[in-house]
Design a protein around this ligand. Structure first.
Ligand SMILES: Cc1ncc(COP(=O)(O)O)c(C=O)c1O
Length: 379
């Protein structure tokens, strides 16, 4: 039997009845955009994260773009981010009119290195008029970046911090003497609810979370054509609203998120135990960081052989991502070259993601491990 990388059908079986009753409400109200479920989900998600406000938008990319614009980041400003992320992180910076600047990753966690960020800032060799105005850390694969140090650097240099939490629903990080959810530490946190995420919709959706009332108001106006009331537009905005069907699905799945994340964490522990001694590197959680294991990513110099063996055994796998952003054609105008970010380049050449979803059975985990272990040891 093939082993799925991700099993959305199994999720649907759990939430089917709840979604059906929400869809009936939408059918009856015909409020397809901005229906009551959007606000219900926003409130529920903010409460779950321990944030004051959540604003539903059309996608994670919308969330990042609107967060940057609301923070006043635009032409002439640099935003420091990581080359090891999905291209949307950088697209949002471009779309806000700002310039992305990369800092290499911490080789152990894969997240942006606070040391590299600090080195860039202190070298003062900026390419844009205003220099850096924001740091955009990405909680890669569900593991929170080192937020304590990043926040401290941001405070010292008066930079905004916008978290890309698109892969980190429910992950936790210890900062300022307490545990917080990823996405609630910086000025704003951005989430994607793309279907395969830990909290995934049945289409495109995203959210911005913040504790700042003014920013929450600004992004809610921006997402809806700059509208203050139906025919009154304060500014030129965007069509970046969350539709009601997505909110209905997310409301149902939000109730399961904690349970699904703890199953993901149990699967990750099992993978780590069984893969120990196989000559590959399993993900780590540094002290003060708790991953929600959106992806379970191992590293091996024999990555390609492992992938071939998994494909042959009909086991789903993925490579997230084989090309770091500074080497993508989409970022060519930034002028980076191979060798500029060696840790990112090394990671991109070694990673492979194994099946990870809350409905994966222990037996399936053992079968994946057997295949990986054999391919990892074979000469
Ligand atoms: C790290 C990261 N940032 C941003 C995004 C963009 O989210 P969306 O696809 O919802 O626009 C994603 C989505 O995969 C992501 O993984």
């Amino acid at each position: 039997m093939p082993i799925k990388f991700l099993d959305l059908a199994a999720q649907n079986q759990e939430i089917g009845a709840r979604v059906e009753s929400e869809l009936q409400r939408i059918h009856d109200s015909t409020s397809y955009v901005g229906g009551p479920q959007v606000a219900e989900f926003e409130n529920g998600f903010a409460h779950y994260l321990g944030a004051q406000y959540a604003v539903g938008v059309g996608s994670g990319t919308d969330a990042l773009r609107l967060a940057l614009i609301a923070a006043g980041i635009g032409p002439g400003d640099e935003v420091i981010t990581t080359p090891m992320t999905f291209v949307a992180t950088v697209e949002a910076i471009y779309q806000a009119g700002a310039m992305p600047v990369f800092a290499d990753i911490d080789p152990d966690t894969g997240a942006i290195s606070a040391d590299a960020v600090e080195r860039y800032i202190e070298a003062e060799n900026f390419s844009s008029a205003n220099g850096p105005r924001a740091i955009l850390p990405v909680h890669l694969y569900g593991l929170p970046a080192g937020m304590g140090r990043l926040m401290e650097i941001a405070r010292r240099h008066e930079l905004t911090v916008i978290e890309d939490a698109c892969q980190a629903h429910g992950a936790r990080v210890y900062v300022d003497g307490g545990w917080k959810r990823a996405g609630t530490v910086g000025t704003m946190g951005c989430f994607s609810f793309y279907p395969g995420k830990n909290l995934g919709a049945w289409g495109e959706a995203g959210a911005i979370v913040t504790n700042d009332a003014e920013l929450a108001e600004r992004v809610s106006v921006l997402r809806d054509h700059g509208r203050l009331s139906h025919y009154l537009h304060r500014e030129s905005g965007y069509n970046a609203r969350m539709d009601t069907v997505q909110a209905a699905v997310l409301l149902a799945k939000l109730e399961r998120l904690e349970q699904w994340n703890s199953r993901r964490r149990a699967i990750a522990r099992r993978y780590c135990e069984l893969l120990a001694g196989c000559g590959l590197q399993t993900p780590i959680e540094p002290e003060g960081a708790e991953s929600c294991y959106h992806l379970f990513v191992i590293r091996s110099p024999r990555r390609d052989q492992i992938r071939e063996a998994l494909v042959r055994a009909e086991i789903g796998c993925g490579i997230h991502s084989p090309i770091p952003l500074h080497l993508q054609p989409a970022c060519a105008e930034l002028g980076y070259r191979s060798g500029d970010f060696p840790y990112s380049e090394h990671l991109a050449g070694a990673v492979i993601s194994l099946p990870m979803h809350p409905h994966l059975t222990d037996r399936e985990v053992s079968m994946v491990v057997d295949t990986v272990a054999m391919a990892s040891r074979a000469q």
